[in-house]
Design a protein around this ligand. Sequence first.
Ligand SMILES: [Zn+2]
Ligand SMILES: [Zn+2]
Length: 368
Amino acid sequence: MSKKDYYEVLDIRRNASQDDIKRAFKKLAFEHHPDRNPDSDETDDKFKEVNEAYQILSDENKRAQYDSFGHISGDGFQPGANYSNFGDLFGSLFEDVFSGGGTTRAQRGRDLKYDLELMFEEAVFGINKEIEIPKNTLCEECSGKGAQPGGEVTCGSCSGTGSMNYSQGFLTISRTCSNCGGSGSVITKPCKGCKGKGLVYINKKVSVKVPAGVETGSRLRMRDEGESGFYGGPSGDLYIELHVKEHEFFKREGNNLFIEVPISFVQAALGTEIEIPTIEGKANFKFPSGTQPGQSFKLKGKGVTDLRSGRKGDMYVISQVEVPVKLNSKQKEILKEFEKYSKTEDQPLISKFINKFQGYIEKIVVFN
Ligand SMILES: [Zn+2]
Ligand SMILES: [Zn+2]
């Protein structure tokens, strides 16, 4: 059964003074004294609890120990005052006490981040890239020990155990030896390759497999390709953040591609079949007669392969209808002739506008 927090038992704050503690104890001891409640087991337990809490908290040494380590008893540690620090505390205590020292210095290597720029097509189709990562890595000359062969002696402070024992109340706590940092040995002749650090700074070549369908902001994680750990700790990871360059024709939204294709107003009116670019090369595309400016046409499955599902997105062709910026006299003559045969009802936007305009003018007249 887990014990109640001593501060809770006495109903005081964590920074309570000795006077506060004494006052709280007296009040509760009086309330729960077995003499006042002779028939209640519950009161008896409560009285014992209050008594125990007071024994610990009224003694500054025991209180400090309780604040750091919580309840210490035969059945293990229990969280004390500070839950947020408890994980760390327990972690280091646990290692110190049970690992017998020696490995406590192990430190995980740092994670690294690399920004990789990709061509639009590389992101769409995927690619294998070789990149160079500047990083700290284990010195091969000394296998990360930092010493020349035979350049290491057993630590005198801890006799090579890597840990020192301290008595704290009724508990013996084992701490990492500060002389050797827990390694159990001291370097007398540092390795020349790494000057005793055990790590060297290099440019490591790494092959990156970029899957098809990535986009700007996509991140690839390469396990253990970060910096080497210290003192036998594991390596960190390498995170590759992707940045995709813009395409001269295509805009991308998710797995769909968009392309604007300009055609003449004659082509738009009559319809036309022309060659257009696709992400895989080129294709014939047919604009129907009566194509409007900004009209979009969907080409199914001509988009980007989805990174996860493998399903293909679509491609959208958007018409840009261009009016000539200059006409010669012959063209003008033909177009004037053409206009004679044009009917308003075949041009829905124009006829709608004319109708609306008519209504608008009539309303204006009423208001005046
Ligand atoms: Zn030592
Ligand atoms: Zn070395």
